[in-house]
Design a protein around this ligand. Structure first.
Ligand SMILES: NC(=O)c1ccc[n+]([C@@H]2O[C@H](COP(=O)([O-])OP(=O)(O)OC[C@H]3O[C@@H](n4cnc5c(N)ncnc54)[C@H](OP(=O)(O)O)[C@@H]3O)[C@@H](O)[C@H]2O)c1
Length: 336
């Protein structure tokens, strides 16, 4: 079978194609024909050495995929040959609080990922794919969509009429705009261009602020909420956006700490955090039960993931280059 590996860190050019033996499913495992995979920011952060959780070298990259079951091992009861599935981001977080092993089992950083023709995993590490989505669409769900879902359902589930703030037009944020609308929430989004602003509005954002033209966008968010602030922030920028998010959040509003896209230094003190009155918590994508809930919501609502470009497996390196250009919107996908 054909697989890609990053033989050495530090450059996209170290992504190389290998021919490897076909794996056999053992008891409780399934063999998948991987049909599509998708990129997330962590997949480029690992190349640039900015990934916060650390990584091993020589692994098959990518954490997200969709495929069909080619064979099942003994004792597999949940799936049969031909079933369409997607993987869970955390292979052994089924529900409840995260296990202590969470950070050391991630695909692409700590174990082989999904940029491969075939893969064997436990039947507990996949769930049924949404029936109405193509493999390419379904492959966008395990990380970006579940992260948005976990952030919106989070400590307290979002309620109709509440206001959500999203940042930019990457994978997590575009799903957040779409999903927040399913909850009946009002959405205020930020982005860097007029063209992306128009597309975010078409997807359901009620207000869009250009964060390049309006660097103090936290104040603008307060104006748009009659001074109250938003009920939930999906904080994907990190150090470079947190100060504005704190200005934008309502007292007792939630700030879901997700990402580190804007890597500037943060200039915040205790008083800033105290005055904000917000509730801060870190997101780690989400668990298997959450992914199941998300798939149900997608199926019931007819939500379609926003795919920027699909690259064929043979041009996987071009997918990374396109992703690294940072001009896309939504998800970049590889068709296997
Ligand atoms: N904790 C978790 O569980 C978890 C899960 C998934 C992802 N993440 C993290 O969350 C972040 C987003 O991931 P992703 O895969 O969605 O990223 P992505 O698809 O690569 O996002 C790219 C987009 O981010 C936007 N952006 C960049 N700088 C920004 C800024 N200063 N303010 C607002 N938007 C900005 C840009 O949108 P515009 O062009 O519209 O400005 C850009 O197109 C990453 O740091 C990722 O590592 C964390």
């Amino acid at each position: 079978m054909k697989v890609y590996r990053f033989d050495r860190p530090g450059s996209l050019e170290h992504l190389t194609l290998h021919d490897e033996a076909t794996p056999e499913p053992e008891r409780g495992e399934v063999l998948l024909r991987v049909r599509a995979s998708s990129l997330n920011y962590r997949d480029i952060a690992m190349i640039h050495g900015t990934y916060l959780r650390g990584q091993q070298t020589g692994l098959i990259p990518l954490s997200d995929a969709a495929g069909e079951i080619l064979a099942v091992g003994k004792g597999v009861t949940d799936f049969k040959v031909g079933d369409r599935v997607i993987n869970t981001f955390h292979p052994r977080w089924y529900g409840g609080d995260p296990p202590s092993t969470l950070g050391s089992e991630s695909y692409g950083s700590h174990r082989d990922g999904w940029l491969t023709e075939l893969k064997v995993v436990s039947q507990e590490a996949v769930i049924a794919a949404p029936p109405d989505l193509s493999f390419e669409e379904a492959a966008t769900l395990p990380c970006a969509a579940l992260t948005a879902w976990t952030s919106l359902t989070g400590l307290r589930a979002l309620r109709p009429g509440q206001t959500v703030l999203t940042q930019g037009s990457g994978g997590v944020s575009v799903f957040a705009v779409q999903l927040a609308r399913l909850f009946g929430a009002r959405v205020i989004a930020t982005t860097s261009s007029a063209e992306k602003a128009a597309r975010l509005k078409a997807l359901g954002a009620d207000e869009v602020i250009n964060y390049v033209e309006t660097p103090a966008w936290g104040e603008r968010v307060r104006e748009l909420t009659e001074g109250r602030g938003v009920d939930r922030v999906l904080e994907v920028g990190g150090a470079g956006t947190l100060a504005q998010s704190i200005k934008a959040v309502a007292s007792r509003g939630e700030i879901a700490l997700i990402g580190f896209l804007a890597s500037d230094t943060v200039d915040l003190g205790f008083n800033d955090l105290f005055r904000s009155g917000g509730i801060f918590y870190r997101i780690s994508v989400g668990h298997r039960a959450g992914l199941r809930d998300l798939v149900r919501a997608i199926t019931a609502s007819g939500l379609k993931p926003v795919i920027d470009t699909v690259f064929p497996f043979e041009r996987a390196l071009d997918a990374w280059r396109h992703f690294d250009d940072r001009a896309f919107m939504g998800k970049v996908v590889i068709s296997h």
